[in-house]
Design a protein. Structure first.
Length: 131
C-alpha cells in the first residue's frame, strides 16, 4: 500500500472505525498507544497497539466471503507468527456493541500489563522544592 493510500485511509475512516477510535479513547489516554493503518510486514492493519502486540481489525461485509476469510486467516497467521494477537470485529459489532468490543480489548490488554506504556505520576522530591 502506498503512503498516499495509507494517508487516504487514515483521513477517511469508515463510520465503524470512527466509532471504534472514540470508544478506545480512555485506553489511548491511559498509556495504551494505538495507531491507525499500521504497516506490519507486507500488511496494513486497521489499528495496532504495538507495545502490547495487539492488532484490531474492523471488518466490513466482504469479510464474510470464503476467499476473503482465507486471506484474513493467512494474514492473521503472519501476524501471530510475529507475536501479535489479532482481534477482529465486524462493523456491526462496533456500531451496536461498543461496550462489548471495548471489554474484549481491555481483557487482552490486562493480560499484557507489562507492556503498558503509562509511567507512574511524578512524585515530589523528598527534600522539597522543584526538580
Amino acid at each position: 500500500m502506498s503512503k498516499q493510500l495509507r494517508r487516504k485511509l487514515r483521513a477517511n475512516p469508515t463510520m465503524a472505525e470512527r466509532v471504534f477510535w472514540r470508544a478506545i479513547y480512555a485506553l489511548r489516554t491511559n498509556g495504551w498507544h494505538f495507531r491507525k493503518q499500521v504497516e506490519i510486514g507486507p500488511y496494513f492493519v486497521d489499528f495496532a497497539c504495538l507495545h502490547a502486540g495487539l492488532v484490531v481489525e474492523i471488518d466490513g461485509e466482504t469479510h464474510g466471503q470464503p476467499v476473503v476469510q482465507l486471506n484474513d486467516a493467512t494474514r492473521d497467521q503472519y501476524l501471530a507468527d510475529r507475536g501479535f494477537q489479532v482481534l477482529r470485529f465486524s462493523n456491526n459489532d462496533v456500531l451496536t456493541n461498543r461496550e462489548g468490543v471495548y471489554d474484549a480489548i481491555v481483557a487482552v490488554l490486562e493480560r499484557r500489563t507489562g507492556n503498558h506504556r503509562a509511567s507512574p505520576p511524578p512524585q515530589p522530591s523528598p527534600q522539597g522544592g522543584g526538580c
